[in-house]
Ligand binder design. Structure first.
Ligand code: DAH
Length: 353
């Protein structure tokens, strides 16, 4: 028995010196001190001895067990210390390492243009209005002086959901909604940016979904010079102080007279170039004086109130301003395009730069 104990001890001591991993040490501890371990085996072997021997060896084995336990405890704390040290070494931060550059998103070019236009009109006392993209035929067409069967409806190929409900083809229905909702039937000054939908085939200048910004001013004594003054401020802000505008007669069912608005070419200054197709002028939006039928349809007295309205496409404005040749670039989220655009604008939204 004595010999056996000595062997076990020697064996353990040599094994302990070899062990470097805490997990291996814990496995070894089970082999020695576990329920069915070597020490437990020694205890079981006691039963075969005489009473005298039992007493003697019982105390020897107990002492031995205490020794083994102490050996393991020492080794455990030694290895734990080492592992901790290594962990600290590994986790040391090298403050001289270059940082990781995160890609920070910028404001989408279209939203930038819309924000810029909103800001300008807010500074002139306008409110921002909005309306639903799933719209009633009543607002999208009827109240805007486009009754069912009106030929001008064909110019805006529509996505109908039912006979009376469609995806709005223009932001003009917001005009009718705002006039309708105005209980006092008093003055209005709003712009409404939003998405619109048309059954167009997508190409470089068409998209089945695009954005528009609508403007509406209603008050007593509003006339065409107010419209011209307002749009002149807009054109100068968007395309440069030297810009002039001109009106061309046009037709929209909801305005009378209807006017197409051109801005003097900001590329050639009006001399003629490919951008303005040698005319010196670039078309930027549609506008006009609100048709008396629209005022009546929305509860306003056309004898008392007059107003002007305009509608523009922010995509077109951005394409002209930044020389973008394909409208689809606004919707495909190509990072090269978006980053380029941020750079044009000074990259003020890209904080990683
Ligand atoms: N809604 C028209 C369109 O989509 C644009 C427009 C033209 C809006 C003249 C107006 C306006 O308010 O007065 O083609």
């Amino acid at each position: 028995m004595k010999e056996k104990i000595t062997n076990i001890k020697q064996d353990l001591e040599s094994k302990l010196t070899d062990i470097t991993k805490l997990s291996e040490l814990m496995d070894l501890k089970i082999i020695y001190l576990g329920k069915k371990g070597l020490i437990a085996e020694l205890m079981t072997a006691l039963s075969t001895l005489s009473t005298e021997e039992k007493r003697e060896y019982g105390s020897i084995i107990n002492q031995f067990k205490a020794q083994v336990t102490a050996l393991f405890e020492d080794k455990i704390s030694e290895l734990k210390g080492k592992e901790e040290e290594e962990k600290i070494k590994k986790e040391t931060i090298d403050v001289t390492m270059p940082g990781v550059e995160f890609q920070v998103g910028g404001i989408h070019p279209l939203n930038k243009i819309i924000d810029e236009i909103e800001e300008l009109f807010i500074s002139m006392g306008y409110d921002i209005a909005s309306g639903p993209e799933i719209e009633l035929d009543l607002y999208n067409f009827e109240k805007l002086n486009l009754p069912k069967g009106h030929p001008a409806r064909d110019a805006q190929d529509s996505f109908y959901i039912t006979d009376e409900v469609l995806l709005r083809t223009q932001t003009s229905p917001v005009q009718a909604r705002v006039m309708d909702a105005n209980q006092e039937k008093g003055p209005i000054r709003i712009i409404c940016p939003g998405k619109v939908y048309r059954r167009d085939d997508d190409d470089a200048t068409h998209s089945h979904q695009f954005t528009q910004i609508e403007g509406l001013v209603i008050d007593e004594g509003i006339n065409i010079s107010h419209l011209k003054g307002t749009l002149e401020v807009f054109a100068k802000k968007m395309f440069g102080e030297e810009r002039e505008i001109r009106f061309r007669p046009s037709f929209f069912p909801f305005t009378e007279p209807s006017l197409e608005v051109d801005v003097s070419c900001f590329k050639c200054g009006g001399k003629g170039c490919p951008l303005c197709k040698n005319t010196g002028w670039i078309e930027i939006l549609g506008s006009g004086m609100v048709h008396p039928n629209v005022l009546t349809n929305c509860g306003y007295d056309p004898e008392k109130y007059t107003g002007f309205a305009f509608g523009m496409g922010p995509e077109r404005i951005a394409m002209l301003k930044y020389g973008i040749s394909d409208i689809r670039q606004f919707y495909t989220n190509d990072m090269r395009f978006l980053n380029d655009f941020n750079r044009i604008d000074g990259g003020d939204n890209n904080e990683s730069k």
